[in-house]
Design a protein around this ligand. Structure first.
Ligand SMILES: C[S@@+](CC[C@H](N)C(=O)[O-])C[C@H]1O[C@@H](n2cnc3c(N)ncnc32)[C@H](O)[C@@H]1O
Length: 210
């Protein structure tokens, strides 16, 4: 987090809040699930929702479901016939995710793909309005490459954790940093995209085709 907690909380308080089930899912994840700091949280969720709404997005692909919070928040911003495909390898967290989605009136929009991200790519043959990259860091460059080929005409790619706790600037002993840096360099050099790397939470890299 790059801004003081009380300022972030003030921002969250003045932004569109997630639904009650999503709030419950966040609380449950933070209390009960190992690795809960992976969850995007309300600030980032509000930004994703905003992007989906202004782009009138109907289709989303997400790499990295975890307990399903980001998928649920995004599904809330899709129309009734919207579709969100979310990919993860962890059967336990995805099962928990489905149990929460099923308690909402947006869960029907979400399709789970339980397999490694790179293997899932061949099943995802469409064009998508928003692609959210938030799974294994070492494959970020491949996910980004795939995303540029499967993005709709005015689509948006969002890559999470692209500041990697600041290590992208001063690489520490960390095997993942080079992959994030490679992703960021690829993103920076993409032609035909408008780009902004925002210091929201752990870094949100937004790439708009247009
Ligand atoms: C940062 S978490 C996703 C958080 C989620 N988007 C949210 O905000 O609630 C990353 C997820 O990537 C998954 N993951 C790790 N390696 C993967 C792989 N090779 N393919 C697909 N998912 C993977 C992990 O199981 C984990 O649930």
């Amino acid at each position: 987090m790059w801004i003081p907690e009380e300022i972030e909380n003030y921002c969250i308080d003045h932004s569109t809040r997630p639904g009650l089930v999503a709030q419950e899912l966040e609380a449950h994840t933070r209390q009960e699930v190992h690795g809960s700091n992976m969850l995007i949280g309300e600030m980032e969720g509000a930004v994703l929702k905003f992007l989906l709404k202004i782009n009138q997005a109907k289709t989303v692909v997400e790499f990295g479901t975890f307990t399903g919070y980001s998928a649920l928040v995004m599904a809330e911003a899709l129309p009734q016939d919207g579709k969100l495909y979310t990919v993860d390898i962890n059967p336990d967290t995805t099962k928990l995710a489905r149990s929460y989605w099923d308690r909402t009136d947006v869960g029907h929009k979400i399709t789970q793909i339980l397999k490694p991200g790179l293997e899932a790519l061949s099943e995802l043959n469409g064009k998508y309005d928003l692609i959210f990259i938030d799974a294994d860091k070492r494959n970020y460059p491949q996910y980004l490459q795939w995303a540029t080929e499967h993005l709709s005409e005015r689509g948006i790619i969002v890559s999470d954790n692209t500041l990697w706790k600041g290590k992208v600037v001063h690489p520490a002993e960390d095997t993942q940093t080079p992959f994030i840096q490679e992703h960021n360099t690829l993103a920076k050099n993409l032609e035909g995209f408008t780009k902004v790397l925002l210091p929201i939470r752990d870094g949100m890299y937004l790439l708009y085709r247009g």
